[in-house]
Design a protein around this ligand. Sequence first.
Ligand SMILES: *Cc1c(COP(=O)(O)O)cnc(C)c1O
Length: 360
Amino acid sequence: MSRVFNFSAGPAVLPEDVLKEAAGEMLDYDGTGMSVMEMSHRSKAFETIIGEAEQDLRDLVNIPDNYKVLFLQGGASQQFAMIPMNLMKNRVADHLKTGQWASKAISEGKICGKINVIASSEDKTYTYIPDLKDLKMSDDADYVYICHNNTIYGTKFNELPNTFGKPLVADMSSDFLSEPIDVTQYGLIFAGAQKNIGPAGVVVVIIREDLITDDVLPGTPTMLQYKIHADNKSLYNTPPAYGIYICGKVFKWLKKLGGLEAMKRINEEKAAILYDYLDSSKMFKGTVVKKDRSLMNVPFVTGSEELDKKFTKAAKEAGFINLEGHRSVGGMRASIYNAMPIDGVKKLVAFMQKFEAENI
Ligand SMILES: *Cc1c(COP(=O)(O)O)cnc(C)c1O
């Protein structure tokens, strides 16, 4: 067996300990004589799995009692629709446009109501986070929406906009659990699992209870109502059971590591190794304004498409895979999520130094 260093933006690397544990339990989970994949989602064993997953997540993120935790399906993209369908009472929302995922949420929101784009970084290909002072919030907006970490462009909100009491909705798909957050600052947080949590197929939603109501837009299907899932503890229908089981293992792995404070320190150390090199390199350059750099997704370029190609090809041959930038932007991107070992980043930088010396 040989494992590569996988820098994919998602589905992405998972902790090896988690994969090994799951492998060990594949045929017989905890004496049940079956895999979690074969198990009723109404069984005692699964009830324990989902219950512990929720509790461990609550402990890790310090989620207050007046917030529900939901394990849903449909990817982060389905949340782009569920959010307006459930939260738009006036049919108005304020959005910050900081990249492609933020833009997709705007498009979906427009199906339901009026979307005011109150800030954008489109003018410079989303390489920065707009100034958050003096944003023109709309009086009648039902919520304010941000994409907290922009996976494709490698920017991250290090501060939050003042929403003057309106619920802040955040897409944290690519940085959830990378560092501690103050949940009380948000009305709703969501994250697709396949970036920094677990396997594709699960979306974690943390939603303040007062935002969970029957008062949804007319025609909202049952399956797209937060209240249905909240009332049924994420078991209204068959949940993505195996995915939730793996997420639960990742939560336990994070707890054992020392929680999100410890994870943040490791992530900062990891990111600094790569950014420091990018800042000193004569060949590779980071593309993001320094103060808005993501800890998770690190885009960079050589300035020559040909050289970019040569680099990603050579890297792949050396066991560093999925370093190509998103198909819409080109260049390179190293996604260094929680589960990417520090050794992977050190070895990548050593490889880049060697490539630079040989190709300058
Ligand atoms: C990947 C990603 C999405 C889309 O996730 P799907 O699960 O494929 O729908 C949305 N937002 C962000 C920030 C992402 O990184």
